[in-house]
Design a protein around this ligand. Sequence first.
Ligand SMILES: Cc1cc2nc3c(=O)[nH]c(=O)nc-3n(C[C@H](O)[C@H](O)[C@H](O)COP(=O)(O)OP(=O)(O)OC[C@H]3O[C@@H](n4cnc5c(N)ncnc54)[C@H](O)[C@@H]3O)c2cc1C
Length: 395
Amino acid sequence: MRDPSDVVVDVAIFGGGIAGLWLLDRLQREGFSAALFEAEQLGAGQSVASQGIIHGGAKYTLGLLRDSAVDELREMPPIWRSALSASKGPDLSSARTLSTRTFMWVPKQVGSNLLGAFSKIVMRSRVSSISRSDWPAGLNSPSAKGSVYALDELVLDVPSVLEALKAGHASRIRRIPAGEVAHFESGHARFRIAGTGIRAQRVVLTAGAGNQALLARAGIKEVRQQLRPLHQVLVAGMKEPLYAHCVGRSSRPLATVTAHPSAGGDYVWNVGGSIAEEGVGQSERALIARARRDLPRLFPAADFGRARWSTFRVNRAEGAEAGGSRPAGPLVESRGSFIVAWPTKLALAPALAERVVRLLNAQQVRPADSRIDSLARLDEPEIARPPWERPMAWS
Ligand SMILES: Cc1cc2nc3c(=O)[nH]c(=O)nc-3n(C[C@H](O)[C@H](O)[C@H](O)COP(=O)(O)OP(=O)(O)OC[C@H]3O[C@@H](n4cnc5c(N)ncnc54)[C@H](O)[C@@H]3O)c2cc1C
């Protein structure tokens, strides 16, 4: 039975991290009517925990990703820049850019073997070495010896990006009340949330790690996700706003640092890279002990005098690849009325939206009737705060 108070949209999206929010904007721009349903807070999984780097591919020309992925990544910075200047795509003019570039730091004591390989990368990518007078404060001290390269990578304050995306479409973004789940009607794009019926032509699942449970509820068994865990290090009380990949003998960064302004006027460093991947098997205490020993050695110019230390664990959720390797780009799969998608990287959210739009066009999904008044019965979700702004133990 069709209830006249049902919500009717072309596309219903589950999950409001960067992937779902960017997609919502793109679909509305394409003339589709869409609505987004969030189980907790927007970005609560990976997006607000991320380092916010909009990779341009340079880091990955070091051999970490297949060439196809590098090409796709290279296309992303101009798309993000257009959005940040409100000239094309979503209006992100209110979002905060933390840095317009990152640095590749190759300390002499660990990096000398790399420099040969590095010169090839310099030829192929937009990597330029910079003179010491231009080194950022967090790397520059008389005791710091090595090379610094500037990378054309933006670093964004992710909560402010999510806020800007939400502002454009607030009436279409709703929270699923705690304890409620959407029951899909036998594989159709029809469901109820807290008594409100919702009908769509397609349901898109962009719930990050939550996609697995939604797939099970939709009765889709063949599409699977993989989780790749990280144990990030946090260093509060830092004076320097550093955005840098510290590279050692291998091409994989030993540590990638992004600095997030705190209310007290200093910065919290979110440290990823090998230290966070290898730290997965370590206790919080052991990882902090390692970070206290290694980070001052890798970043001798930084002042750790007032540092306070913590860690957090988070899973990267991606479409499953044979052997558990990192997917080359976003994964978008279609089964009946359902589309499931993982961006693989925050930077690739526009590429995910592009693939979904192409799929809808290929499947002849056309803008049709739309009625969203009853969405007002559900609450608006808030933006999640990053782990370092939540209560946590510091040592
Ligand atoms: C520590 C870390 C650092 C990273 N750094 C970078 C970086 O610098 N640059 C980069 O490009 N990428 C980075 N990434 C990867 C990037 O963060 C992710 O690829 C991206 O944020 C995934 O976005 P998403 O929207 O798919 O998922 P998420 O951000 O996880 O969002 C999923 C949303 O779905 C909601 N949800 C869950 N279950 C349900 C449900 N049943 N119904 C409705 N909603 C639901 C969640 O609450 C959440 O809001 C990093 C990842 C991590 C973990």
